[in-house]
Design a protein around this ligand. Structure first.
Ligand code: HEC
Length: 435
C-alpha cells in the first residue's frame, strides 16, 4: 500500500479535527470528465472509469491512460493477474493487458457493470440492453442471460461462482444457478430500480441500493430481510465492502458516504463527501484504511475511513454547468449545460471526451493534433463555421456526421443554436484566457 495508515496518522497530528477535507489527503487527478467506476487491485493499484472515454490506471498518483472506448466508460474491474476489464456507453466490453486492449464482446446497449468470476474464467456484464453477458476468458463461447423485461444495472458472482445475482432496472434482484440458468430465483422484489449489489464473501448476505433510496440487507439464500438503512437520500449509486473491518460503504446522489458495521448492522459513520453532486464510484483500499470515491469532479478522492466523521466535504471544482443559470447569457448556458462536460475552450489539450473547441470556427473537422477522432471526422471535408455547426445540432450529429463519436443531441430552437454559436465565436477567438 502506498497510502497507508502512516500518512493518515501524520495528518491527524498536523491538522485539527473538523478542518480536514478530502484534498488534504490523496487525490488522483488527471481525468477530463467525471468518474463513473473504480476498482482497487489486491496490491492497492487503483483503476478508474471516466466519462472522458478512458480508463485510468494509477501508479501511485501518476495515471496511465487506457484509451480504446468510443464513449464514456462506466465500469472497470481488475483480474487477479492485474489485467482489467471495462464496459461503457459504446456498448463495448474491453479486456486490457497493459495499454493494449481487445474487444471481449459487445452489447446492444450501455454496459453498466463488469465483474470477474472467482475462478477467473468468466467476465459477467450488466447491460441496459436487457442482458447479462457471460464472456469466456479461456476461449469458450460467449453466452447471455435475459432476465424478464428489464435493463440490468449490476451483477455479482457467488463466492464459489456457481450462482450469479442480477439487479434490474425494474426493481428485482434475481439469482441464477449457472447449472440451470433458465429458471432464476426472484430474491427481491423492490419495485424501484436496483442500482448496486454487494454479496458477502461468505455468500450469506446481500446488500442492495436502489433508485428510491432503498438500502437493504437480505439473506442471500432466502431473500429474508436482515437490515434496512434507507434514509431520505436517493438514489443509492454505489457500494463497497471491506470484509477485514466488517465495513460496508454506501454512496448516494447527494454525495454522502455512509458506513455500516456488517457484524452488528449498525451505522458507523455518515458524512458528506462532495459539496456538489453524486458519488458514482466507490472502492476500499486492500487494508480498508481508505475509501476511494468518484463522482462529478474529475478527481478521485481517497478518504481515510478512520477519520470519516471529522471530515468536511471535498471542495470540488467549480463545475460551471451547475452555476446559477440566471448569471449566464443564453449562449453560455447552452454551452455549459450541453457541451462543457466534453469540450474545453482553451487551446491546450485536455482529457475531455471531445476535442477542444478553441478556434473551432473556420477549422477543418478532425484536425486537433493529439486528439483521436473517429474515422468519420478525421476523413471529413467539413469545415466548422456558423452554418455547419448550426446544422450539426439542427439535424443532430447522428444525421449530420453519421458514424462520428459525438452523442446524439439536437438543439431544437434555432435561437438557442445561434446564441451558442455566438458564444463559441466570442470565447474561442478571444485572446483572454478562459477561466
Ligand atoms: C458526451 C460528450 C459530448 C458532448 C456533450 C458534446 N460533444 Fe462535441 N464531440 C464529442 C466527441 C467525442 C467528438 C469527436 C467526434 C469524433 O471523433 O467522431 C466531438 C466533436 C465535436 C465537434 C467537431 C470538432 C472537430 O475538431 O472536428 C464539434 C464542432 C463539437 N463536437 C461541438 C459540440 C458542441 C457545440 C456541443 C454542445 C452543444 C457538443 N459538441 C457536445 C463529444 C461531445
Amino acid at each position: 500500500m502506498r497510502f497507508g495508515l502512516g500518512l493518515i496518522s501524520l495528518v491527524t497530528l498536523m491538522i485539527a479535527p473538523g478542518l480536514l477535507a478530502a484534498q488534504d489527503f490523496t487525490t488522483l487527478k488527471g481525468h477530463g470528465g467525471p468518474i463513473k467506476g473504480l476498482d482497487v487491485a489486491r496490491d492497492g493499484q487503483v483503476a478508474s472509469a471516466s466519462f472522458d472515454n478512458s480508463v485510468g490506471l494509477w501508479v501511485g498518483r501518476k495515471p496511465v491512460w487506457l484509451d480504446g472506448h468510443d464513449a464514456a466508460v462506466n465500469t472497470v474491474a481488475f483480474l487477479d493477474d492485474g489485467r482489467l476489464v471495462s464496459g461503457g456507453d459504446d456498448f463495448a466490453v474491453r479486456l486490457w493487458d497493459g495499454k493494449t486492449s481487445h474487444l471481449l464482446g459487445r452489447h446492444k446497449g450501455k454496459v453498466m457493470a463488469v465483474t470477474v468470476s472467482p475462478d477467473q474464467s468468466l467476465v459477467a456484464t450488466a447491460s441496459w440492453d436487457g442482458s447479462v453477458g457471460l464472456w469466456s476468458l479461456t476461449g469458450g463461447d460467449a453466452e447471455a442471460l435475459y432476465p424478464p423485461d428489464a435493463g440490468i444495472n449490476d451483477v455479482v458472482f457467488s463466492p464459489d461462482g456457481a450462482q450469479i445475482y442480477v439487479a434490474t432496472t425494474k426493481g428485482a434482484v434475481l439469482r441464477y444457478d449457472m447449472s440451470e440458468p433458465s429458471a432464476p430465483f426472484p430474491l427481491v422484489r423492490h419495485g424501484f430500480g436496483v442500482n448496486t449489489l454487494i454479496l458477502s464473501p461468505s455468500g450469506n448476505w446481500l446488500a442492495y441500493g436502489a433508485v428510491d433510496g432503498g438500502t437493504r440487507i437480505v439473506n442471500a439464500h432466502s431473500g429474508e430481510a436482515i437490515a434496512d438503512f434507507t434514509l431520505d437520500r436517493k438514489p443509492i449509486l454505489a457500494m463497497a465492502h471491506d470484509p477485514q473491518n466488517a465495513a460496508l460503504a454506501v454512496a448516494d446522489g447527494h454525495g454522502y458516504i455512509m458506513t455500516v458495521n456488517t457484524d452488528d448492522w449498525k451505522i458507523r459513520g455518515d458524512f458528506r463527501a462532495t459539496r456538489q453532486g453524486p458519488v458514482w464510484a466507490l472502492a476500499f483500499s486492500p487494508d480498508g484504511a481508505l475509501v476511494y470515491a468518484g463522482g462529478l469532479d474529475d478527481v478521485i478522492y481517497a478518504w481515510p475511513v478512520a477519520l470519516m466523521n471529522q471530515l468536511t466535504p471535498a471542495q470540488g471544482q467549480d463545475r460551471t454547468f451547475l452555476r446559477d443559470a440566471a448569471e449566464m447569457s443564453n449562449g453560455e448556458r447552452q454551452f455549459m449545460r450541453k457541451c462543457s462536460i466534453c469540450h474545453a475552450l482553451e487551446p491546450s489539450n485536455s482529457r475531455k471526451a471531445g476535442p477542444t473547441l478553441f478556434g473551432v470556427l473556420g477549422r477543418k473537422a478532425g484536425t486537433v493534433p493529439g486528439y483521436s477522432y473517429s474515422r468519420t471526422l478525421s476523413g471529413s471535408k467539413i469545415v466548422w463555421d456558423e452554418t455547419t455547426i448550426d446544422q450539426l445540432f439542427h439535424q443532430g450529429p447522428d444525421h449530420f456526421v453519421p458514424g462520428s463519436k459525438m452523442p446524439m443531441q439536437v438543439i431544437a430552437r434555432s435561437r438557442d443554436r445561434q446564441d451558442l454559436i455566438d458564444y463559441l465565436k466570442a470565447r474561442t477567438h478571444s485572446k483572454e484566457p478562459y477561466k
